[in-house]
Design a protein around this ligand. Sequence first.
Ligand code: PLP
Length: 419
Amino acid sequence: MAGRNFLFVPGPTNVPDRILRAMHRAMEDHRSSDFPSLAAPVLEDLKKIFKTGSGQAFVFPASGTGAWEASLSNTLSPGDKVLAARFGMFSHLWIDMAQRLGLQVDVLDAEWGEGAPLERYQDALAADKTHRIKAVLFTHNETATGVTSDVAGMRRVLNETRHPALLMVDGVSSIASIDFRMDEWGVDLAVTGSQKGLMLPAGLGIVCASQKALGLYEQAKLPRVFFDFGDMRKANASGYFPYTPSLPMLYGLRESIGMLQEEGLDNVFARHHRLAEGTRRAVKAWGLELCARAPKWNSDTVTAIMVPSGINGAEIIDVAYRRYNLALGAGLARMAGRLFRIGHLGDLNELMLLGGIAGAEMAMRDVGVPIDLGSGVAAAQEYWQGTAAQLPRRELPPRAPEPQSTQPAAKKATAGAAR
Ligand code: PLP
C-alpha cells in the first residue's frame, strides 16, 4: 500500500530516523577493548531515565516479559508469597508468570478499567503481621485497559503499614513516557522494554534494581540462568556482557537516552499528557466511553475506547489496517472485541496523532459506529491549538534578512541590445 503505515499500537512505537541511523552499524567485537566505552555509559545513563542514583540498571537481550522474570527470579525463592492486583491482561500475565515460577500469589482481582486498589493492598499488608509477603507486584500502566495507577501511593501504603516487602513495578508502558521516580517512590525493581517510551525496536528487557533488591540476590533460590543478576553484574563491572549483546540495540539505546535528555524528561511527560488529552477529547466528541473508569486512572500513553454494543472492535481494527494502513491496538482477553486502543507514546506529535484519530473515525464509520466524521479530529485540534501557547518555545535562530534580488542590475540598453 502506498504511503506510510500509521503505527498507533501501544508498542512497538515509531523508531525515529535518528535512532535507526544510530543502529545502522557494521557488527563489532563485543569483547574488544573498545566495547566498554559503549556499554558502560549506557548502563549509567539509563539510571537517569528511571530516576535512580543508587539503583543498578540491567539490560537483557529480551523483552518486557524477560525483565519481569529477572525481577522475580533474582530476589525470591520457591513458595514465597507475593501480593498482586489483577485488572488487565498484563497484570494478569505477570501473576501467571509468578505462579508458574512457583511463587504463591495473593491476587487482588479488580474490575478491568480500574486502577490498582490501594486500599485492598493496604488491608492485605496490614493483616500480614508476620511479613510472609515478600514482594508487591504493581503494574504502573495497564496497557490493556489504558489505566495508570499510583506508584507513590503504593509506597505510602508500604510505609504506613511498615511492611518490608519489595516493591516491584511494571513500567513497560510508562517508563520514559509517564512520570516515574524510582528512588523517590522507593521502587525496588522497575521493569521496562525497549519498544515503547524508549522508541526502539523490541529486543531489550530492562530492569533497575535497588540496593535492597540486590541484597536479596544471594538468598533468592528461584532458578535463573539467562537472567542471572550475578553473572550480569560481574560482566557489567568491566563494561561487558556475560553473553553476546545486540550491538545495534545498544547503539540505539544510547541514541534514545540522548534524545530523551535533549528534550528533557519533564517535557517528554508533558508532551505525552498533551497528546493523550487531545485523544480523550476526540473520544468524548465521538460520544464513546473510555475503558478507564475514572479520570485519575487515565493513561497518557494509551487510550482504550469502548465500542458501542453490537459493534465488534476487532472489525474496526481490521478495516483500519486493510483500508487505511492504520494499526490500532486490539482488545485483549476479556476485552477482545469490546474496545480498541490508540497508542500515543514515543516519537509522536499532534499532527501525526491527528492522522490516527482521523483514520479511526473512518474505520468506525465503515463498520457502523454512528459518529460525525471530523468530530474527534476537531475536538483534538481545538484542545491542542487552544493550549499551544503553553508549549515550551522552540528557540529559533534570528530571522534571516529578506533576500535581496539576485538578478543582475539591469544594463543600460545599448543600441546593439535593442536590436
Ligand atoms: N507489561 C506491560 C504493561 C506491557 O504493556 C507489556 C507488553 O505490551 C508487557 C508487560 C510485556 O512486554 P513484552 O511484550 O515486551 O514482553
